[in-house]
Design a protein around this ligand. Structure first.
Ligand SMILES: Nc1ncnc2c1ncn2[C@@H]1O[C@H](COP(=O)(O)OP(=O)(O)OP(=O)(O)O)[C@@H](O)[C@H]1O
Length: 323
């Protein structure tokens, strides 16, 4: 494996057979449970299928995007594969969306919601075979502009969802070490702590010109949230637009009720939840409310969410059944 530079282990590109698929894996070594066995099997299956495989390992947050930009510029790779979770996928997608570059996913994060949503196999050999098959479909990511220390942040692409309010507060407070140590249980522990102090301020939401108020908002491209849990009835990956899931009551009890409904796939039936689909979403509040996108810290309100206008060519089988 190499870190950083787009080169092979020997520092130069191997000879390429006629028709050989050139793949480049960008690996986030900190994602998920960091098991290397599945990745090895994934690589071996790609190679057995005749693909050339380069592996680049990220060194810091944001590095995946830098590497992907460099590979796209070189134009010598048929498929850039994100090996990590939704955060890594979003970083790489930011560099790849709007180009003709095909992108693949090797689900290696903690939650892997996008992979669950799009029916991307978790079994390494099956994930490799999907990439080898040449399958490709277009998805339409969203873009968010938020605020950091009172200043607007650069537009950031997201592939699955943006959370504004309590869930983002948990993401902001979750110590990275705890997440790496105990995975999803880290979210639960941090959530219990945050529930004691978070005040659930009123959030003003404007969707395609219509105003709403909520105490927590998830702006979603997909049906799933946090794993294989259904948060809204409609997925919008293959078209522009989003569903905004607005929790209208704040406090610990309504939030626990929401969590319970999520576990049972009943969010849509909650009396204090409103789901509205739209394309242009603006969110603000009297105080700066935390924001997360695809499970990573993403500044605070005010935020502006739009279609990125840059489609992403992803190695997915549209006939595959999502979870
Ligand atoms: N080498 C690195 N060191 C530290 N952070 C990194 C490194 N490479 C990538 N990152 C950051 O780690 C963040 C989290 O990674 P990612 O989302 O892929 O994994 P995860 O959180 O385990 O999975 P999921 O989002 O599916 O729960 C990414 O947004 C990325 O910015």
């Amino acid at each position: 494996m190499t870190t950083g530079r787009p080169a092979t282990r020997a520092g130069h590109r191997p000879a390429r057979g006629i028709g050989q698929m050139r793949t480049c894996i960008i690996l986030n070594p900190t994602a998920g449970r960091r098991r290397r066995g599945p990745l090895r099997l994934f690589i071996e299956t790609l190679q057995a299928g005749g693909a050339q495989v380069r592996v680049l390992v990220t060194r810091h947050a944001g590095h995946g995007g830098e590497l992907a930009r460099q590979i796209v510029r070189e134009g010598a790779t048929d498929c850039i594969i994100a090996a990590g979770g939704d955060g890594t996928i979003a970083e790489i997608a930011q560099a790849v969306a709007g180009t003709s570059q095909r992108m693949g996913i090797f689900p290696a994060g903690s939650a892997n919601v996008l992979a669950l949503e799009l029916g991307i196999p978790f079994a390494p050999a099956a994930a490799a075979r999907l990439i080898l098959s040449g399958a490709c479909a277009t998805i339409w990511p969203g873009v968010i502009e938020s605020t950091c220390d009172g200043r607007p942040t650069p537009p950031r692409l997201f592939v699955q969802m943006a959370g504004i309010g309590f869930d983002a507060c948990v993401v902001h407070r979750l110590p990275l070490r705890l997440k790496r140590l105990i995975g999803r249980a880290g979210y639960v522990l941090t959530m219990l702590g945050a529930a004691m102090t978070y005040r659930f301020p009123v959030i003003d939401v404007r969707i395609d010109g219509t105003a709403y108020q909520a105490r927590a908002v998830v702006v979603s491209k997909g049906r799933l949230y946090g794993g294989a849990y259904v948060i809204c009835p409609q997925a919008m990956h293959h078209q522009a637009g989003f569903c905004a899931i607005m929790q209208e009551k704040g406090g610990i009890i309504p939030t626990l009720r929401m969590g319970w409904a999520l576990l049972r796939g009943r969010v849509e039936q909650m009396p204090d939840v409103r789901i509205v689909c739209g394309r242009d979403i603006d969110i603000q509040a009297a105080t700066a409310i935390p924001v997360q996108t695809d499970g990573d810290i993403s500044g605070t309100t005010p935020v502006r969410i739009r279609d990125a206008g840059r489609p992403l060519r992803l190695a997915i089988d549209r006939a595959a059944r999502p979870s």
